[in-house]
Design a protein around this ligand. Structure first.
Ligand code: ATP
Length: 320
């Protein structure tokens, strides 16, 4: 049994990180284990910016987006010397295990720390991208998808009024989950994702035909990794004569009060992570598979690339 653990959030923030950290802290305290909060991700670990937490430190945060611990991207962590310093800062305080809530980069950093020092590490997938291998869910993806749906609903109104084509660029450099899920839920005509090739000329020809037949509007959702929304919009306007507008959603997708799904799932993952690390388990990531909490090997999670669910891709084609 470990007697003292720490928790941090790292990488891009995501709605539900607070609910998750809260669950880690309260589970540890419930089990009689000391718990430290590390501010600003790996930066805080290197700068010794950490504090012993009490129950009240995680009060009034479950409903908030962002992360009360702060988060950062930290270059120093990418070097072995940096990670050794972080390890020393943990050991100096008697901290025996670390829970890292973050995206694939943060989990990669955690995986290296565990390999190099042997300190117990449990990772939790905190990113809106839903791109962590082995889990069909990451903390914050549901809130982000709902934010996109809200934008789609509004854009659809104005597109329909003016008979326009709207190109909506959403987040997702290497993973099209957000675009695909929100596109399906929002009834988009075309969904462009980094995992699939597309033929813009064929799409333009299709669009022109549909407009001739009386279609009032067209909605294209494009993940940023599949191309620039601005350039795709320009190409469509030039090749179809359809009045086209582009909207780039940007960081609005990261913020906002987490949905019920993100709060509950983040809490479940946080509880499991705390229980696992307290009992001495290491090198695992907790995620979800078909609605159930599952544990995934940490090194497998960071060394494999998640692929797009073929059923989603098929559904998008059928419903178009
Ligand atoms: P998101 O998916 O939301 O962008 P992320 O966790 O993937 O979140 P990154 O910027 O990739 O965000 O990683 C966060 C931090 O994790 C980095 O700033 C760095 O400190 C650490 N990290 C990332 N990749 C590595 C690596 N290969 N080796 C060591 N540390 C890493």
């Amino acid at each position: 049994m470990l007697k003292s653990i720490a928790v941090m959030t790292s990488g891009g923030d995501s709605p539900g990180m607070n609910a998750c950290a809260r669950a880690v802290v309260r589970t540890a305290l419930y089990e009689g284990v000391e718990v430290w909060g590390i501010n600003n991700g790996y930066h805080g670990l290197l700068d010794e910016d950490m504090f012993k937490m009490e129950r009240k430190d995680v009060g009034d945060i479950i409903q908030r987006g962002g992360t009360f611990l702060g988060t950062a991207r930290c270059k120093r962590w990418e070097k072995p010397e940096g990670r050794m310093q972080g390890y020393k800062n943990l050991v100096d305080r008697g901290i025996q295990g670390l829970v890292v809530i973050g995206g694939d980069g943060s989990l990669r950093g955690a995986s290296l720390l565990s390999k190099e020092t042997g300190i117990p590490i449990v990772g939790l997938p905190g990113t809106i991208d839903n791109d962590v291998w082995g889990s069909d869910y990451t903390i914050g993806c549901d809130t982000a998808a709902n934010t996109i749906i809200d934008a789609i609903n509004k854009l659809r109104d104005t597109a329909s009024a003016h008979r326009r084509c709207i190109v909506l660029e959403v987040m997702g450099h290497r993973c099209g989950w957000l675009a695909m899920t929100a596109g399906i839920a929002g009834g988009a005509e075309y969904i462009l994702v980094p995992e699939e090739e597309y033929d813009l000329d064929a799409i333009c020809a299709d669009m022109a035909k549909a407009y001739k037949a009386g279609k009032r509007y067209i909605l294209v959702v494009v993940a940023e990794g599949a191309g620039s929304g601005q350039e795709i919009g320009k190409y469509i306007a030039e090749h179809t004569n359809i009045d086209t507008r582009v909207s780039v959603l940007g960081h609005i997708q990261r913020g906002g009060s987490p949905t019920v799904i993100d709060r509950v799932k983040a809490s479940q993952l946080g509880e499991q992570a705390a229980l696992a690390i307290i009992s001495g388990l290491s090198d695992i990531v907790f995620g979800f598979n078909k609605g159930h909490v599952v544990s995934i090997n940490l090194h497998d999670a960071v060394n494999n690339k998640k692929t797009l669910d073929p059923e989603y891709a098929h559904l998008a084609r059928v419903l178009f």
